[in-house]
Design a protein around this ligand. Structure first.
Ligand SMILES: *Cc1c(COP(=O)(O)O)cnc(C)c1O
Length: 239
């Protein structure tokens, strides 16, 4: 018997997050399948990911290409695992990401998109991508601005090895659920505008909501919440 027992700390925290997500969907009047959970495993060892996999989790988010590739090697036997790249993406890392991930949430400029498109191996399906939006317009944060979005979306839609699935954002922290909802409303409206403009595009994803604001995100239509701390515990500073 290799599966961990149901009473491990990870089993309990994962069950608690699943319950939060189910409750949030219920409060929002949305179907239980309306949003799925991406387990953000950055800085956490492969053994924790394997344990979460045994508990039924299949989608994992990583921020650092080098670190993720090492874990993917260790977990190569888990053939239905789905890897999402969610971190800032530099030009010199696009090849690793194009070759070793199913999704990228952090595409924020055409140059990065073009490299991912050119480097996506022919033997793999198109790379699912979300455009990252700097929804709180913070000078220090990555992400395209709302005004840049239509042109960037149009460019990505013309790239055959990418499949434009939606939008992602990391808003500035809000004090309460009302403040948290406001940037998520804007992201939802931005997705709706793109859906209206590009009706043929497979734009079905709103990647928003983390440990501290997943309820607000689900109320505003998140289809995928990215949760790290509440599942795996606090992260120690990355060395
Ligand atoms: C780290 C990270 C998360 C998870 O954040 P938590 O607060 O630990 O849930 C989600 N999205 C992105 C892009 C991240 O970098």
């Amino acid at each position: 018997m290799t599966a961990p027992s149901a009473s491990t700390p990870l089993a309990e925290s994962l069950a608690a997050v699943r319950q939060r997500l189910a409750d949030a969907l219920s409060v929002a009047g949305r179907p239980t399948t309306g949003a799925r959970l991406l387990a953000v495993s950055k800085t956490k060892p492969a053994a924790r990911i394997r344990e979460a996999w045994h508990l039924g989790q299949r989608e994992f988010g990583e921020n650092y290409a080098q670190e993720a590739l090492a874990k993917q090697v260790e977990l190569a036997d888990l053939d239905d695992i789905v890897w999402h790249f969610i971190g800032p993406l530099q030009s010199n890392k696009t090849r690793e990401v194009a070759e070793h991930f199913a999704w990228v949430h952090s595409v924020d400029r055409e140059k990065i998109a073009r490299r991912l498109n050119d480097q996506r191996p022919e033997g793999l399906p198109p790379l699912d991508v979300c455009l990252q939006v700097n929804i709180s317009a913070e000078a220090s944060k990555s992400g395209a601005s709302l005004t840049e979005l239509p042109a960037l979306a149009e460019a990505v839609l013309a790239m055959p090895r990418l499949r434009l699935r939606g939008l992602m954002a990391i808003p500035a922290p809000g004090e309460d659920i009302h403040a948290q909802r406001e940037p998520f409303t804007r992201l939802r409206e931005a997705l709706e505008a793109l859906q209206g403009r590009f009706p043929e595009a497979p734009l079905d994803t709103l990647s928003m909501g983390m440990t501290h604001d997943l309820e607000a995100a689900v109320l505003e239509g998140a289809t995928l919440v990215r949760v790290g701390t509440a599942i795996f515990g606090e992260r120690t500073a990355r060395e």
